[in-house]
Every structure is written in structure tokens, then in C-alpha cells.
Design a protein around this ligand. Structure first.
Ligand code: G3I
Length: 448
């Protein structure tokens, strides 16, 4: 369901006072039409918001509807890798990658190319070649794969993960590194520029998101490339985070130092293990870091739904296994300046109900609770109005982020927007009676 939301000012949000004491002016509402998908919200910020796409899931209706609705960029998750495109030397197969590219193009999405030269998912025949043969095989691979998609790829991950983890900042051992030496990376970039001059050429890596020895090694390489005219346009930061590798506090500063070298930066494979508010907060911090850097041109999450993630047990993505939007989704959408969203994954009509109970009562006040229950479809967010009798005064709320208009509170989720079909959550408030014992009137629940 898509809807235009009326945004109330922050001042009104902060006000806990209901009743005539608040003037209409204090609650002056500004009508704002906010984007309600990740792609449209990112576009309004001059960015793209993409996802990894697996050709094997393109026959699944909910996968496709979520992909089409939310994302405006696609990265084939495995289909463009060397083992998929050239499993046997000189024999190229593009059928699976073409499926992803065709789908993306039909939807008007950009395509990121991933990836040309990487030590992993590399067929064994490559490792068996001598240096001269390997050089020629690498350049041929770049020419053939980029040639097949010439003019159709927004950005290519030309070289992926060429640096070791850990503190050394050294190059990772691979057939390319071991036989061709450091120069293979710039050779790959030069070949790539000639193969498709329209594509942005990226170096892509992980554990390079903050300032550390590995990211500094990449930084030093990019700086050298720029000073010598080696063609490089962008650096991809994969952004695979979990409790052992949390979103670094210097992510923005790190993105900025690369941007200052004269390259675009992109978050290319974002996923963050966890759930609920903590996961949502981490996602929001990544989006905020990107938006704070002019040359951060877009974000790609590494998959549509938790159930198909490469680390699905960590539930690291924005949609759960039923394609319900998670708190992380709403945090990302909100950080991008959008609101609402989340779609209606089950295909039926998403509904919710709101029921009120007084949970505590004393002479001068009471506590109320409103239970929100999803109907037969999962929901990604909800809203319910609660009208308080004058001169009652709301002193506190919990489990909701309220906005106010006079004595009418519009309650929306704080962390508890996503509900499976039939599931419930509740929010509550403490009210000073000020002489009135009237029950508040709870308006209908709406799915947003
Ligand atoms: O397609 C075969 C299937 O036929 C077979 O039955 C099955 C049995 O294991 O394997 C399937 O292939 C798997 C493939 O994903 C497709 O699902 C591979 O085993 C599995 O290794 C492969 O994992 C991919 C991984 O890269 C391999 O390196 C993940 O999907 C993919 O998300 C992941 O992506 C990488 C980026 O390319 C680079 N950065 C890190 C990122 C996460 O590891």
C-alpha cells in the first residue's frame, strides 16, 4: 500500500501535552509527499539503492515484486563471476547473467557488474596457467565479459578483494598476484577502460569500511593510480557487518578520504547481522554516512530477503523470509528521507486493528495500552490515532513514536512496526486526569 503521509513538526512530536493548552500553531503540519520505496527515496537524494539479485529466484513472485518495487539498481550475486561466465577456457556462458540484466533493464534499474578479477569462484584452469598465459587469459576474460555487456553496466567491480585481511596491508596471494605481481591490478583496469569506456571502473573490498591498515593499503593504491593516470573511477566498500565487525564509527571519514582522491565511493554489498532496533540503527548509520559524502553515489544491499542471504542465519537484510519489511527497512527508508513503504508482501489486503485497555488506574491518573494486531497479511508499519479528553494530559509514552495535533495523538512504531500476519504489538501511555476520567478514543489502525 502506498500513501502520502502528513508530517508533523518535531516540536509537535516532542509535545506530550494533550488538550486545549496546545494551540493549532504549535502543531502546524506541513504536508510533505515522502518517497515510499528505497529506490525512490535514494533517487530523491541523487543516489541509487540496489540489491544483489540471483537469477534462480526470478521465478518467485514475492521476490520479484519486492525487488521491482524497492530497488533501482541490481548486482548479479554470482552470475557474472569467472566460474559462471568462463568455466572452461575460451567458452563463455552468459545465460544466467543475462537473466538478471534483462530483468533489471526491463524495470529501468541500473546494473553493477560483479566481478571480473577475483581469487574466489575462479575455475581451476586459471590457476594452472603460466604467467604469460594467465595475463592473456585475464585480459581476454575482461574483454569478453565487458564486451558482452558493453554500454549496459553502470559500474564494474574490475578487481575484487586483492588485499589480505589483518594488519599488514599486503596483497592477497592469488594466481594473479603470485604470477603477475602487483601490476596485474592496473593492467586489469587499463584493459577494462578500453573494453567499455562508459562503465565506471571500481576496486571492491571488505573490511575496508573504516580507517585501518587494509583500507589504507587500498587508499595508497588508489592514490598512486590517480597520480599516474591509471583509470579508476570508484571504490566499493562491501559493508558486511556483524557483532565481530560492527559498522565503524569512522565509516564516513573513510569514505570521504577516498572521495577526496577524486573517485566515487559506493557501499556495494551491505548486510548487517542482527535484528530489531540495534540492526535498524546500524543500517541507518551506514545510510547517513553515505549521504554525508557527496561522492557516495549509492548503496547496494547483498540480497532481497533474509532467507536467501549468504549468511541467512544472521538475518542481515531488510526483508524477512516472508518479505515483510523489518525495522531495518524503515530505518533505511527514513534515513533516506522517505516514509511509509514496506509494500504488501502477501498480495492480499494488509490490515490491522487497534484495541484499547486501561492497564492501571489511580486517583490522579491512569495508564493506557493500545494493542495493534496485523490482519491476515504481514505489515511493515502501522498508525493509530488516540484522542484524549480535555483537560487530560499525556505525561509519557512508550513503544511508539507519537506525533500530535491538538489533543489527537497519532501513534506510529518506534521499533515495532513489522508484524507477521496475525501478530500483535502494543504501545502505552501515562495520562494525568486533571479531573477527567474519560477513556481516550482510539481511531482505526491503518497500515502504512
Ligand atoms: O549454484 C550451486 C548449486 O548448484 C549447488 O547445489 C550448491 C551447493 O553448495 O551451490 C550453489 O552455488 C553456491 C552459490 O553461492 C549460489 O548459491 C556456492 O556453493 C556458494 O559458494 C556461493 O556463495 C556465494 C559466495 O559469494 C561465494 O564466494 C554467495 O552466494 C555470494 O553471496 C557471495 O558473495 C560474495 C561477493 O561475491 C564478494 N564479497 C563477499 C560476498 C559474500 O561472501
Amino acid at each position: 500500500m502506498r500513501m502520502t503521509l502528513l508530517r508533523l513538526s518535531r516540536a509537535a512530536t516532542a509535545a506530550l501535552v494533550a488538550g486545549a493548552a496546545l494551540t493549532a500553531a504549535a502543531h502546524s503540519a506541513e504536508a510533505a509527499e515522502a518517497a515510499d520505496t528505497l529506490g525512490s527515496a535514494a533517487a530523491a537524494q541523487g543516489r541509487y539503492f540496489g540489491t544483489a539479485v540471483a537469477a534462480s529466484h526470478l521465478g518467485e513472485a514475492d521476490y520479484v515484486s519486492t525487488l521491482n518495487r524497492e530497488f533501482n539498481s541490481a548486482t548479479p550475486e554470482n552470475e557474472m563471476k569467472w566460474d559462471a561466465t568462463e568455466p572452461t577456457r575460451g567458452t563463455f556462458t552468459f545465460s544466467a547473467a543475462d537473466q538478471v540484466v534483462d530483468h533489471a533493464q526491463a524495470q529501468g534499474m541500473d546494473v553493477r557488474g560483479h566481478t571480473l578479477v577475483w581469487h574466489s569462484q575462479l575455475p581451476s584452469w586459471v590457476g594452472g596457467l603460466g604467467a604469460a598465459d594467465l595475463r592473456s587469459a585475464m585480459n581476454n576474460h575482461i574483454n569478453r565479459v565487458m564486451g558482452h555487456y558493453k554500454g549496459q553496466i553502470h559500474s564494474w567491480d574490475v578487481v575484487n578483494e586483492a588485499f589480505q585481511d589483518g594488519g599488514s596491508g599486503a596483497r592477497r596471494s592469488s594466481p594473479f598476484q603470485d604470477k603477475l605481481g602487483d601490476g596485474y591490478i592496473e593492467e586489469a583496469f587499463r584493459t577494462a577502460r578500453a573494453a567499455d569506456p562508459a562503465a565506471k571502473l571500481c576496486y571492491n573490498d571488505y573490511n575496508t569500511d573504516g580507517v585501518n591498515a587494509k583500507s589504507t593499503a587500498v587508499y595508497t593504491m588508489v592514490k598512486d593510480f590517480k597520480s599516474r593516470g591509471v583509470p579508476i573511477d570508484c571504490v566499493g566498500f562491501q559493508g558486511h557487518f556483524n557483532s565481530n565487525s560492527p559498522v565503524p564509527s569512522d565509516l564516513r571519514a573513510n569514505l570521504q578520504r577516498f572521495a577526496d582522491l577524486g573517485v566515487d565511493v559506493q557501499i556495494t554489498e551491505l548486510d548487517i547481522e542482527g535484528s530489531g532496533a540495534a540492526q535498524a540503527d546500524s543500517y541507518a548509520r551506514v545510510v547517513e554516512a553515505c549521504l554525508a559524502v557527496d561522492r557516495c553515489t549509492g548503496i547496494t544491499v547483498w540480497g532481497v530477503t533474509d532467507k536467501y542471504s549468504w549468511r541467512s542465519s544472521g538475518t542481515p537484510l531488510l526483508f524477512d523470509g516472508n518479505y515483510a519489511a523489518k525495522p531495518a527497512y524503515h530505518a533505511v527508508l527514513s534515513a533516506l528521507g522517505g516514509s511509509g513503504g514496506g509494500g504488501n508482501p502477501g498480495g492480499g489486503t494488509a490490515t490491522c486493528t487497534a484495541t484499547y485497555t486501561r492497564t492501571a488506574d489511580w486517583s490522579s491518573g491512569y495508564n493506557g495500552q493500545v494493542t495493534i494486531t496485523a490482519g491476515s497479511e504481514p505489515i511493515g508499519s502501522w498508525a493509530a490515532t488516540v484522542t484524549f479528553a480535555s483537560p487530560q494530559r499525556v505525561q509519557a509514552t512508550w513503544n511508539t513514536t507519537p506525533t500530535w495535533s491538538g489533543n489527537v495523538m497519532t501513534a506510529r512504531p518506534s521499533w515495532n512496526g513489522t508484524l507477521a500476519a496475525g501478530a500483535s504489538t502494543s504501545f502505552g501511555f501515562t495520562v494525568a486526569k486533571n479531573g477527567s476520567d474519560a477513556a481516550p478514543v482510539v481511531g482505526g489502525c491503518t497500515v502504512s
